[in-house]
Design a protein around this ligand. Structure first.
Ligand code: AMP
Length: 420
């Protein structure tokens, strides 16, 4: 017996129904904010990802050499491909350019609940604007997507890497030291962080203050921890404007300022944000995003960029954990020919109804009525249309309501009224 590769999954029709619902819902929210959908290839030149993240990324991704000797990689994320596409073909488009996408991503991760080697992301990039209102709208979009899907228990945290950098500078942490402690900050591992800061010769008092600053949720208390002047004053004011717009214009009140949001330091530049579903435990992060700089690296003309990615699979897990009832798509009717002579007419009736927008299946196995009704039931069909010779003589069929068992003789030309 063959099995799907480690970290990949097969999806049943029922699971695909949920995934389709989620995808369509997300698509319509993106569109309602003026975003346009794009698509990029599943594999890219490996260089695209090493240019962005360094050679060490090779350990974390699926890379291979094709028969022509090209070094390629299955995409581990979509921001680099989208910016490559932008630099190559979309730079001349009017700004801001608002793009969204869905795509499977591949990472050589250690699989566990909510962490797979093949997973799906929904994401977007906004190119050419970095006003506070642009950031507020971007963050509001991510939150609105999850809220509109029906999630109740989500938490939005917003940080700022320029302000965090100020804190790093205050304690004279080198780039290498910053890189070392970033994952500890990201995972809120404060005991390990304290040990690391001690190794970096920070006094107990300083390391306590450093960790307190990371956990601050009130931006107005920052002045107790960092010196506020010049550019940083502007950055804090921008951060406050974004948060005020979220509250006053987008009616999103459930957010926290959190300096300890780091994401990848090399790539994000200023505002960073995350949305988590606390009920999911270890893999609770549903969405991550912020402002970043990649265009220049890929040879394009510098312009502001920001975006986010939502983990499609974790979003579904979060909805399931909250007991969300997904809408199910049902058959409107199952058409049953009572004998071989009725097959042609049955197929014709099914096809006519499909053309009129109904979801119709028809018996293709020449089974008796009893078995066919059982099958219709298992497919959750609302109605059964029984096509028999006596009824046909009167240009009619029998329509059975699968819930009540009630049956009615209905003229063929009137079927639609009875099943819609
Ligand atoms: P990232 O590109 O790492 O910022 O991830 C964006 C989102 O994708 C995360 O918030 C997760 O919801 C989701 N995600 C990342 N890695 C995985 C994975 N291995 N399996 C499932 N979802 C993932």
């Amino acid at each position: 017996m063959y099995q799907a590769p480690r970290g990949t999954r097969d999806f049943t029709p029922e699971e695909m129904q949920k995934r389709q619902y989620v995808e369509e819902n997300i698509r319509s929210t993106f569109q309602s904010f003026g975003y346009q959908e794009i698509q990029t290839p599943t594999f890219e030149n490996l260089k695209l990802f090493t240019a962005k993240s360094g050679e060490t990324i090779i350990d974390e991704i699926y890379s291979f050499t094709d028969k022509g000797g090209r070094d390629l990689a299955l995409r581990p994320e979509l921001t680099a491909p989208v910016i490559r596409f932008y630099v190559d073909k979309l730079q001349m488009r009017p700004k801001p350019l608002k793009l969204f996408y869905f795509g499977n991503c591949y990472r050589y991760d250690r699989p566990q609940k909510g962490r797979y080697r093949e997973f799906r992301q929904a994401g977007c990039e906004i190119i050419g604007v970095d006003t506070p209102e642009a950031y507020a709208e971007l963050i509001a979009l991510s939150y609105t997507i999850l809220e509109k899907l029906g999630l109740k228990n989500i938490q939005l945290n917003i940080g700022n890497l320029r302000i965090l950098d100020c804190l790093f500078k205050k304690y004279k942490l080198t780039k290498k030291q910053q890189k070392y402690i970033t994952p500890l900050i990201d995972k809120s591992q404060y005991t390990d962080l304290q040990d690391a800061l001690k190794d970096f010769n920070l006094s107990d008092k300083n390391s306590k203050e450093f960790i307190e600053a990371l956990q601050l949720s009130n931006i107005n208390k920052l002045q107790g921890y960092i010196e506020i002047n010049g550019n940083i004053e502007k950055e804090i004011s921008k951060q406050k404007q974004i948060m005020n717009l979220l509250r006053d214009s987008f009616d999103i009140k459930n957010y926290h300022f959190k300096l300890g949001i780091v994401r990848g330091l090399d790539y994000y530049t200023d505002i960073v944000f995350e949305i988590e579903a606390p009920e999911l435990g270890a893999e609770k992060q549903l969405c991550g995003g912020g402002g970043y700089e990649l265009i220049r690296l890929f040879g394009g003309k510098e312009t502001p960029t920001a975006g986010f990615a939502i983990g499609f699979d974790r979003t579904i897990l979060a909805l399931e954990t909250e007991g969300y009832i997904f809408p199910t798509s049902r058959l409107d009717a199952y058409v049953i020919p009572v004998n071989k002579e009725m097959i042609s007419k049955s197929l014709q009736i099914a096809q006519q109804l499909r053309k009129q927008g109904c979801i119709i299946d028809v018996d293709l196995m020449r089974r008796g009525i009893g078995k066919s009704l059982k099958y219709a039931n298992s497919r959750n069909s609302k109605k059964a249309i029984i096509v028999g010779p006596d009824e046909l003589k009167q240009n009619s069929v029998t329509i059975r309501d699968m819930e009540t068992g009630e049956q009615k003789l209905v003229e063929i030309k009137n079927i639609l009224e009875y099943i819609k």
